[in-house]
Structure formats: C-alpha cells, structure tokens
Design a protein around this ligand. Structure first.
Ligand code: NI
Length: 192
C-alpha cells in the first residue's frame, strides 16, 4: 500500500470543497482500502479523503469496538435529519483537541459504495455524528468551525502555543503526548 499522510491543521487543503466522484475504478478501490488500513493504524473512527489530500467526496468509517465493520461512503448526501445531540469529538487533523459540539441526532444518508451502487440508510447517535464530521471535512469544515468566532480564536491561540511547546508535532512518534491534550469539557471519545 502507499503510505498515506494525514494532513493537519492549518493545511490549506483541509479548507477546500471536495468534488463529486464520477469514476468507480480500481484506483478508487485501492485508495479506499489504504484509507481503511490507515484509519485502523491510527485508531480513528473515520477518515475523509480530504484529510489525505484527495479532494474527492468519499470517506471511510468504523465505530465498531472490534474495528471490523468498515463502511465506505462515496458522494454522501444527508437527505433528512432529526433532533439534536451533544457530540464529543476530536479529529486526526487537529490532534490533541477535544470539543463538544451539537449535531443532528439522526440522519438519513444517500451514498454510493465502492462499486457505485446507490444506498439510502438511516443512522443515529455516534454513527450519525461521525458521518456529519466526515461530510464536514469534504466541505472544508473542521470541528473548530462549530464554535463561536470568539471561542475559536481563543482556543486556537492556546492550541498553537501547545503545539509549539510540544517536543514533536507527530503523535505517531511513540512518545507520550498525554500531557498535550486540550479539552473544553471533562471527558472525551475519539471521532476522527
Ligand atoms: Ni476529522
């Protein structure tokens, strides 16, 4: 497999809107397979193509505890949403940052699989939040964009200071980065 590198804030590609996928070829299948492998390697719950610098509309996701139920959604579109839920999230592109944001509690998603077949499926709770997080990525949106301007400016100042003080910028380096975490609440879970 090719070595995928996850882009990190403030990489400018994370702010771009991804384009619709039109060819369901071998290259797409291979990329999706590589992304699933990478997602498991870094113990994420989801990974959007945007995060590896591919500006196409697809993401992979797996919230199962055994990490053996990968879902891949190409050209995902939320066609209905209902309710609200507080979602505790982090992001592989913003390592060390944990936020509580409000998302729709239930969504109906229309998407294509790796072969281009159409699906419509309803998701709720954690899976619904994870999907909304990944679709945000495809639209150039990050978890920090769910905060007010004032709160975001303050938080990112602290975040950048924390990153500068951190002895290395790569959480995959094997060192203990547990002291490098920032929370806007007391507990957290891992989204992507
Ligand atoms: Ni993310």
């Amino acid at each position: 497999m090719t070595a995928l590198k996850i882009l990190r804030y403030p990489h400018k590609d994370l702010r771009k809107t991804a384009l619709e996928v039109s060819s369901f070829d071998e290259k797409l299948a291979q990329t999706i397979q590589d992304m699933v492998t990478k997602m498991y390697l870094v113990r994420g719950w989801g990974l959007a193509a945007t995060q590896i610098g591919i500006l196409s509309r697809f993401f992979v996701m797996d919230i199962s505890s055994e990490q053996n139920q990968p879902l891949c959604c190409v050209n995902p579109q939320i066609i209905a949403s209902e309710g609200q839920i507080e979602s505790e999230e982090d992001c592989l592109s913003l390592p060390g940052l944990y936020l509580t944001i409000v998302r729709a509690k239930q969504i109906t998603l229309q998407y294509q699989d790796v072969n281009g077949n159409q699906h419509t499926q309803t998701f709720e709770g954690l899976s619904a939040c994870c999907i909304q997080h990944e679709i945000d990525h495809l639209n150039g949106k990050l978890i920090i964009d769910h905060l007010s301007n004032l709160k975001r400016t303050r938080l990112m100042k602290k975040y950048e200071k924390m990153k500068m003080q951190s002895h290395c910028g790569d959480s995959a380096c094997g060192h203990d980065h547990s002291h490098d975490h920032m929370h806007d609440h007391d507990h957290h879970s891992h989204v992507s």
